[in-house]
Ligand binder design. Structure first.
Ligand code: ADP
Length: 471
């Protein structure tokens, strides 16, 4: 990994110390052996130190070691010893050759080293850019890709802080905004600015032309990442729009079907009567008109619930009263049906809006009656469960498949086998869920052992901690 310049310069004093020490140690060793050493030995050994210094510590240290070795060679090993004078002209030639050779060696070695380092750094840059390309294109979530790109840029450029700022901020930057510690690079895809890359470093950004080039390449990947995130978001929005559209269509079809059916029968029967048919058929007109009325009433109720319109405040009510009133109100559909109540001896009371909760329970009881064979009993389980009171309406009907257990609470959704049932509006469960939620309860559906379904209504108990009262 290419080292940032500040860390390289921190290492420099250590290098100077090492190579000066090596030069002195070699000189001392050679002085002690001066009798048995020839000038060629001295020159070669000094050259070795120059080689080491230039390859390990660069050109400046290499040149300094060459100069030092030249002076020491002259002072200690060229007669007269202990002076910088040269007695024989041939020694002058040896010294000059040594100096030139060591300087050229230092220069060549350090250049080769620098080139090798540059090549290594470039290979690493290419690696990083390639990995950035992979991050940009392959991350499953485009927003994760952006995070990965930011962290790669931060680590490649060794900056303290890096972020991608949105298009709106970037628009105020026509070109690179730059201070010594902060840099804002516009991210462009084709001609459009899609955001900006903001870099910050309290030690200074220190952007050499090479780092600036790398930054531009990285910024291009960041721009691609931003563009990808933007496209993904647009696609998600389009998909959501499409889903909404198809839901609206389904709703419209269902509503128009449910409104038209009773209207068609009203019209048909009215024509029959007008053509001299049985005037008693007017009863059917009344029934169809009632259905229409109920449907319109339910639609209004649901839209009021969904709009969050103010409702009555929950009050403390007994569950016994609620169950008694519900059985009474659903008695038409429950006629002749065995309804088993499975409750506790404890007198349970909850905090709920009586009329709204009655409507929920009646709907659940009527559904149990409508969707299960008439000879099968319906059970009503009543119990206390922690801070809630649960009322379970259990039938032996066909049950609701797991995949449909949430959908049946959507407006107008009916299970395929009940499509032809005109007894209800298809809004009962959506209204029940809305009413229950408005008073801190909930309604959900589950399977019953040995067949059938259980519709559970949960209501806050009157003395539950959430309720805050102690009655
Ligand atoms: P409706 O009963 O008017 O059709 P609901 O909203 O009350 O409307 O119920 C929605 C659908 O849920 C029903 O059409 C039916 O398909 C299904 N459903 C409701 N209760 C039961 C039940 N006890 N057993 C089986 N299916 C049920």
């Amino acid at each position: 990994m290419p080292q940032p310049e500040h860390s390289a310069s921190k290492r420099r004093p250590r290098h100077w110390l090492i190579w000066c020490g090596a030069l002195i140690a070699l000189t001392l060793a050679m002085v002690s052996l001066r009798q048995s050493l020839d000038k060629a030995h001295v020159a070669l050994l000094y050259l070795l130190v120059v080689l080491g210094a230039s390859s390990a510590s660069g050109r400046t240290v290499g040149f300094a070691v060459s100069g030092g070795a030249f002076l020491l060679f002259n002072y200690f090993f060229v007669p007269p010893f202990g002076t910088l004078q040269v007695a024989h002209p041939l020694d002058l030639l040896v010294l000059a050759t040594f100096l030139v050779t060591s300087l050229i060696t230092a220069q060549l070695l350090s250049r080769a080293n620098r080139e090798a380092n540059d090549a290594r750094a470039r290979a690493q840059e290419i690696d990083r850019l390639a990995s950035l390309g992979v991050e940009t294109l392959n991350a499953v979530d485009a927003r994760d890709a952006l995070k990965a790109i930011v962290s790669v840029i931060q680590s490649v450029l060794h900056v303290e802080y890096c972020e991608i700022v949105p298009e709106t901020v970037a628009e105020s930057v026509d070109d690179t905004g730059h201070t010594e510690f902060e840099l804002l690079v516009p991210l462009r895809v084709r001609e459009d600015v899609v955001g900006a890359l903001r870099l910050e470093d309290s030690r200074g950004l220190n952007l050499t032309p090479a780092r600036r080039r790398l930054l531009d390449a990285l910024a291009y990947y960041a721009a691609l990442g931003v563009e990808r995130a933007r496209l993904t978001e647009a696609a998600e929005q389009a998909e959501q729009q499409r889903r909404l559209e198809s839901m609206r269509n389904a709703l419209l079809m269902s509503v128009s079907h449910d409104l038209r059916t009773p209207l068609t029968s009203i019209k048909g029967i009215a024509r029959e009567i007008a053509d001299g048919g049985d005037p008693r058929a007017a009863v059917e007109i009344e029934a169809a008109a009632d259905r229409l009325n109920a449907l319109i009433g339910d639609m209004l109720e649901l839209s009021r619930i969904q709009a969050g319109a103010a409702r009555a405040t929950p009050a403390v009510e007994t569950v016994d009263d609620l169950v008694g009133a519900a059985l009474q109100q659903a008695s038409g559909l429950l006629k002749g049906r065995d309804v088993r109540i499975d409750g506790t001896d404890e007198l349970l009371s909850g905090r709920f809006v009586f009329t709204d909760t009655l409507r929920i329970l009646v709907n659940l009881l009527e559904n149990a009656a409508k969707y299960s064979p008439p000879d099968q009993p319906i059970a009503l389980g009543i119990r206390r469960a922690g801070p809630m009171i649960t009322l379970e309406v259990m039938d032996r009907g066909p049950g609701v498949p797991e995949s449909e257990r949430e959908r049946i609470f959507e407006p107008f959704y009916r299970l395929p086998h009940t499509l032809d049932d005109r007894g209800g509006t298809g809004l009962g469960l959506s209204i029940a869920r809305g009413l229950a939620a408005a008073q801190g309860g909930r309604v959900y559906c589950g399977p019953r052992d040995d067949g059938g379904s259980i519709f559970t209504l949960e209501l806050p108990a009157a003395d539950s901690p959430a309720d805050g009262t102690n009655e």
